[in-house]
Design a protein around this ligand. Structure first.
Ligand SMILES: Cc1ncc(C[n+]2csc(CCOP(=O)(O)OP(=O)(O)O)c2C)c(N)n1
Length: 638
């Protein structure tokens, strides 16, 4: 029997009877409404244990039921932008029995995953891809002479993203059949921003639309669910009556329908039935409420966008340690008190990056540009040309979107932009779309940039101060979550560029732990010393410029280096050490500890480190034979 721990006992029968979209199609509108309520209750109870994107999913329950009532996946293709709101799609496509494993080690993903189900036609995790990928599928269908429908579901915030507009620019000239669903809840993670958000808001609040919409919706509800041809035709007419010209989308060549109530199943179903008959690309504007059915999520939109476990009655979450994001944002706000050239820029992540705090203290020097990382970087470059000190706070994984402008706009022009990369390292539950495992590799090869990683929160503040004093570009990477918990100085101090910090000297092995990996390096040093060897422990601080003097000094003394990094080994910090030693003509073994050349699945960080050998034990098995060899040689020589 079903899983409504603490939930309503009389619920659960319908949801359990849904094994595939075919089962949804058998339901009457009344039954679909009951199913929607069961799914809500199930999500609230289940995600309370696993965590996840509760708010976005509560908003699209009816929308997803209606999509599966009308379209036939896997033949028809339904894409979700970001795909953090695809939980109901997972439930309706045969994954209810595995749902409680979502985001858990070995369990189903929190995002669409092509390898997980034939119903997941396209994987995602980053925003703005659904329209382009859907257009690709529509064009491929047209070339192959297929007849399937392609539906892209994208949130209002996806339309703050350039890729969505690049796709819009192409859709009408490249296919005659494609459906875009604009899921408009007026929220990104924070309030959605910019002219596009204001434009959607004006449509939704227009009085004339309200009147038209109410009339049409009443008619559809009266005839809805009845299949007699005449009645269906009347419903279609009513759906057409919802046409409300939107200059923006019409100019792009998409016929615009809506806005319609995204919680009204009959209206949604009839609208989709009508839209699938059209031979032109269309956009259906659907109004939904994020967090619907769970008051704490409605009241706490930002928190419930995505979160860890919570109390399913009250929405309370356990108190946590301060995070790197908080230290970053408070430090930046402090530095901005003393330096009015400091500007903070976020790409739709004021909450996650901590910049909410900066906004409160320096509202005029705070910019949320929407989900527009590429723009954020070029925008920062422009600001920097005028003598300001822009700081782009962007997660490591999302800054991948800004790669070209970091080279072309920032570094090539040697502009003093600081990139603060939160979530650098394994992200854990969110999985491979969100792991920040590539930033060293993509930044290290760019001339001019200074790249740092602090061992703790106090050093993060020092590095920020140092970076803001530089004449050129810089970047700081720090991990997700709780800080190390060290004592903080009253004021940050500048540090010497390109100088590592030697925490303990030693003569047999030099262990370099980049950033928060210093803790593994420390444990390895202790384990090695227990075996009677002398280990130097080094906090490298800088990936670039790397401390060659320190490397040379140890290369002449020790039998081996060990490098630890929360990053792929290929192109990472350990590679930088190997390259520097090679360039200096110093032949010495380097044991590189980092992530292998493959995508790492979602899961708990400790478990994944154990699985992939990013552990003290794994390092020991590689380094001890090297040390023993030298000891044997020394004994023979003496
Ligand atoms: C490139 C990129 N930048 C930032 C994010 C972080 N992010 C995840 S969901 C989201 C907001 C999505 O809002 P919307 O598309 O309107 O969907 P909603 O959650 O409101 O349903 C953001 C900013 C991301 N996934 N991808």
């Amino acid at each position: 029997m079903l899983r409504f721990p603490g939930g309503k006992n009389d619920m659960g029968s319908l949801i359990e009877s849904i094994h595939s979209p075919a089962d949804v199609k058998l339901l009457s509108f009344e039954k679909m409404a009951i199913l929607a309520e069961e799914i809500r209750e199930f999500l609230i109870q289940s995600l309370a244990k696993t965590g996840g994107h509760l708010g976005p999913n509560l908003g699209v329950v009816e929308l997803t039921i209606a999509l599966h009532a009308v379209f036939n996946t896997p033949e028809d293709k339904i894409l979700f932008d970001v795909s953090h709101q695809a939980y109901i799609h997972k439930i309706l496509t045969g994954r209810l029995d595995r749902f409680e494993t979502i985001r858990q080690p070995g369990g189903i993903s929190g995002f669409m995953l092509r390898t997980e189900s034939e119903h997941d036609c396209y994987g995602a995790g980053h925003a703005g891809t659904a329209l382009s990928a859907a257009l690709g599928m529509a064009v491929a269908r047209d070339l192959a002479g297929g007849s399937e429908h392609v539906v892209a579901v994208a949130g209002d915030a996806a339309f703050t993203n350039g890729i969505s507009f690049e796709a819009l620019n192409n859709i009408a000239s490249q296919t005659k059949r494609m459906i875009v669903v604009l899921n408009d809840n007026e929220w990104s993670i924070d309030r959605n921003v910019g002219a596009v958000a204001r434009y959607f808001h004006r449509i939704v609040t227009n009085q004339r639309y309200q009147h038209l919409h109410d009339r049409a919706a009443r008619l559809i509800e009266r005839v809805g669910g009845k299949t007699a041809v005449k009645v269906v035709r009347r419903a279609e007419e009513a759906a057409k009556g919802m046409l409300w010209p939107s200059i923006l989308f019409e100019e792009f060549g998409l016929q615009y329908y809506g806005p319609i109530d995204g919680h009204n199943i009959p209206v949604l179903v009839e609208s989709f039935r009508f839209l699938k008959t059209l031979d032109r690309p269309v956009l259906l504007h659907v109004i939904t409420q994020k967090g619907r059915g769970f008051q704490p999520a409605i009241d706490g939109q930002k928190k419930f966008h995505g979160l860890g476990p919570y109390d399913p009655e009250t929405g309370q979450t356990p108190d946590g340690m301060p995070t790197y994001a908080e230290v970053f944002a408070n430090t930046l706000a402090d530095l901005a008190e003393k330096d009015d050239r400091v500007i903070a820029i976020t790409a739709a992540m004021p909450n996650g990056t901590g910049l909410d705090n900066f906004r409160t203290r320096h509202p005029k020097r705070y910019f949320d540009v929407g989900i527009a990382e590429e723009h954020a970087v070029v925008f920062a470059a422009g600001i920097a040309t005028r003598g300001f000190r822009p700081v782009c706070a962007i997660y490591s994984t999302f800054l991948q979107r800004g790669f070209d402008p970091i080279i072309h706009d920032v570094c090539l022009q040697r502009l003093p932009v600081l990139f603060c990369m939160d979530r650098a390292g394994l992200a854990g539950d969110d999985g491979p779309t969100h792991h920040g495992l590539f930033d060293i590799a993509y930044l290290r090869g760019i001339p001019e940039i200074v790249l740092m990683a602090p061992k703790d929160e106090d050093e993060l503040a020092d590095m920020m101060k140092t970076a803001l004093e530089l004449a050129g570009p810089s970047a700081i990477r720090y991990p997700r979550g709780a800080v190390a918990g060290v004592a903080r100085k009253a004021d940050p101090q500048s540090i010497a560029i390109g100088k590592a910090e030697v925490l303990a000297d030693g003569s047999d092995v030099a262990i370099l732990g980049l950033g928060s990996m210093i803790s593994l390096a420390k444990s390895l040093a202790a384990a090695i010393e227990r075996d009677g060897y002398s280990a130097a422990l080094v906090n490298p601080r800088f990936v670039k410029p790397i401390d060659r003097e320190m490397l040379e000094r140890y290369a002449r003394r020790v039998a081996a280096f060990v490098t630890f990094e929360d990053h792929v080994k290929m192109g990472g910090f350990g590679t930088a050490v190997v390259e520097a030693l090679d360039e200096m003509g110093l032949a010495i073994p380097v044991v590189r500890m980092g992530w292998p050349d493959q995508f790492i699945e979602h899961g708990k960080i400790d478990q994944l480190r154990a699985r992939y050998g990013l552990t003290v034990e794994a390092a020991l098995t590689q380094v001890l034979p090297l040390l023993a060899r030298r000891r044997r040689r020394t004994l023979v020589a003496s």
